[in-house]
Write a protein that binds this ligand. Structure first.
Ligand SMILES: NC(=O)c1ccc[n+]([C@@H]2O[C@H](COP(=O)([O-])OP(=O)(O)OC[C@H]3O[C@@H](n4cnc5c(N)ncnc54)[C@H](OP(=O)(O)O)[C@@H]3O)[C@@H](O)[C@H]2O)c1
Length: 260
């Protein structure tokens, strides 16, 4: 991180301290000053980038051509700390990498962006394809997320945001009710951090276990597409996991029992 990044992070930390100590003022921003590289400037990149910027992240878009008009427009609407660069340069600066490219481009992007060790990758892709009879199906045996992790073994891969519309990512109110963002990954700390981001964006999040469960999240994407592919737009939906913590009474987990 350069001197500007350090100064921004310091200012952000002071601002966060101010907000936390300002009585009843709600914390609406994570104000981290960390850098998020959003790789891909399409519908998902264009929805999530501005949301990260609003949370206090420095956003750098990684684009095949950062001089494109659509990228300039996106940078402008993301805010004053946003910028665009090649995919490789964006990743170099980043603490968190959001992979928002078509599944078919994912391998080339991940293998071409340089060192990803120690970074969190948020994988929003779906390794799904159209079958010969016109339905969606999963395109790989395990999951796209596990393949991406194998191409970048030193990164902490968290799969999230893959089963919701980019319109809802941009504006949760368009869902017409609460939305759950299921999250899977093997690195607990990274997963927790991504859940905090999701919740700060106005969604619920649910930890659905290790990365090997990514195949089920990608299966949820197949189901999500059914009404859309059949042209039944009025039946399109967002996922929401309704919970009732009262149902089973106090927790009987081993941790609670050990503390008794
Ligand atoms: N659309 C949704 O609502 C939604 C929801 C959940 C998950 N997803 C998943 O999120 C990922 C991105 O979806 P999207 O809807 O944002 O796609 P999109 O609108 O087509 O945008 C993808 C972006 O990826 C970049 N890219 C890099 N390599 C590419 C290549 N070889 N071919 C085409 N584009 C390439 C492009 O940005 P540059 O021109 O700047 O390089 C492009 O704008 C997909 O894997 C999708 O399955 C989508």
């Amino acid at each position: 991180m350069g001197p500007n990044g350090r100064i921004f992070r310091w200012i952000s930390a002071v601002a966060l301290l101010f907000i936390l100590t300002a009585g009843s003022t709600p914390v609406t921003s994570l104000l981290t000053g960390e850098t998020v590289a959003v790789i891909g400037t399409g519908r998902v990149g264009g929805a999530l980038g501005p949301r990260f910027a609003k949370l206090g992240y420095v956003v750098v878009y990684g684009s095949r051509d950062p001089t494109q008009a659509k990228v300039k427009e996106l940078v402008a609407r993301t805010g004053e700390h946003a910028s665009a660069a090649s995919q490789r340069d964006a990743v170099k600066k980043a603490d968190i990498v959001v992979l928002a490219v078509p599944w078919t481009a994912a391998e080339g992007v991940i293998k071409g962006v340089g060192d990803l060790d120690g970074k969190i990758i948020i994988d929003v892709t779906n390794a799904i394809r159209m079958s010969d009879d016109g339905h969606m199906e999963r395109a790989v045996e395990t999951s796209g997320a596990e393949l991406i992790q194998s191409w970048a073994p030193g990164a902490a891969l968290v799969k999230a945001f893959n089963v919701m519309s980019y319109l809802v990512m941009a504006d949760p109110s368009t869902a017409g009710g609460p939305v759950t963002v299921p999250v899977v990954g093997d690195d607990r700390e990274a997963k927790q951090k991504v859940r905090e981001i999701i919740e700060a964006m106005g969604f619920e999040s649910e930890d659905l276990g290790p990365l090997r469960n990514a195949q089920y999240l990608e299966g949820m994407a197949v189901l999500y597409m059914v009404p859309l592919l059949e042209g039944r737009m009025a039946d399109s939906f967002e996922y929401y996991l309704r919970k009732n913590p009262e149902r089973y009474g106090p927790s009987t987990s081993t941790e609670v029992r050990a503390a008794e």
